[in-house]
Design a protein around this ligand. Structure first.
Ligand code: FES
Length: 105
């Protein structure tokens, strides 16, 4: 386990732009995205809620309301669904998104 991640005991399922990923529990969503897509590490992210390159819209629960947020400021929870993501995230996750299985409807 890399020091990049907060200690975690297991991976949790989340949905990002219609694709299913398993990511380390208890970590910031942007870090979880980096686990799924290492190219996030090459992005221009400030990691402290200033640059807004990590803007997202998401539902914390599948049936919950869609809200806007920053992937560097929220912790991904099981069942979270990211419905929109800034261009920087979509660019860095393009390969991972193409390879990941589609989420069940
Ligand atoms: S990484 Fe800069 S605002 Fe989230």
């Amino acid at each position: 386990m890399s020091d990049m991640y907060r200690p975690y005991a297991k991976l949790i399922p989340i949905v990002i732009l219609g694709k299913r990923f398993e990511v380390p529990e208890g970590n910031l969503l942007l870090r979880q995205m980096q686990f799924a897509a290492p190219d996030i590490g090459f992005g221009r992210y400030c990691w402290n809620a200033e640059c807004r390159y990590c803007e997202i819209s998401y539902r914390a629960r599948p049936e919950g309301p869609e809200v806007n947020g920053l992937a560097c400021a929220v912790t991904g929870q099981p069942g979270m669904c990211v419905t929109k993501a800034a261009a920087e995230i979509r660019y860095n996750m393009a390969d991972a998104l193409a390879a990941a299985p589609a989420a069940e409807k």
